[in-house]
Design a protein around this ligand. Sequence first.
Ligand SMILES: Cc1cc2nc3c(=O)[nH]c(=O)nc-3n(C[C@H](O)[C@H](O)[C@H](O)COP(=O)(O)O)c2cc1C
Length: 301
Amino acid sequence: MNLTTKLGNLSLKTPIICASGTFGYGEEIKELVDFKNIGAITTKTITLQPREGNPAPRIYETDYGVINSIGLENPGLDGFLEEKLPKLTELPVKFIVSVGGFSQEDYEEIVGRLETKNEIEALEVNLSCPNIKMKKMFSQNKELTYNLVKSLRSLTKKTLIIKLTPEVSDIVEIAKAAEDAGADALSAVNTFFAIAIDTETKKPYLGSIYGGYSGRAIKPLALYKTWQVAKNVKVPVIGGGGIENTNDTLEFILAGATAVSLGTVNLVYPNKATDIVKGIKDYLTQTKIDDINKLKGALIV
Ligand SMILES: Cc1cc2nc3c(=O)[nH]c(=O)nc-3n(C[C@H](O)[C@H](O)[C@H](O)COP(=O)(O)O)c2cc1C
């Protein structure tokens, strides 16, 4: 039975990827996880300079997910290269480095410097960062997306994955801009904007007022966006948002995803990939399918 898939030149032994920001840099969580079921882990997004992130509280739990406003807390590019990368390369799992920035130049500098690191096979570009000049996320504007991806493509031969925000009226035009500019794969989707209000104090619960919603509640929304993207591009798509179990995973693959990402579920069950891989194998056996890739986009409409 074949569970391997490919994103650009990155081959994955299973289609399960642990999503950025929910798995640290692998090292923190390694005792709790059986890496043999994980296709790849994606690091917390790295920015050029270290960031302390947003004021607390930074996570608000709802009945069906979490709203986070972590604010890209990370050790910066130098801190990542010195402290995190050496440990990451020792883990028995593939990894994808997530990069962020607040101007095109930020992204270019990070990608340019990571290009010399042969131990890094793949980059995921988090386009949900605000462009300071435009006061919009890069992935909310197709020209910004195209220009940035085109430039990064010229700077790297590594597998280049572009992560999209769902906070747009037409995600397909952004996905196509990223594909046309040379992305090897797309990742759909990042969190949805959300707010929670304390009625006693009449204040927002989160220190930065609003945040990004993830987890169970967003699954049907994220599945729809993944389906829209996957049927309109040729490059592989990582689908995710609210995935918690085998059935969710299969839904994303049927909708056209080549691989899936597990995010919020890791905060409670970091070894969820093990259950899901077992479930996928059972499903393939029962349905007499010998290759997970045969399910990709097999939705009947
Ligand atoms: C606490 C937290 C931190 C996150 N940090 C990042 C990040 O640094 N970069 C990024 O691209 N996505 C980040 N995300 C978004 C996830 O990678 C994922 O795209 C999103 O949560 C949807 O998937 P889920 O519903 O399975 O969590 C974060 C999500 C959470 C919950």
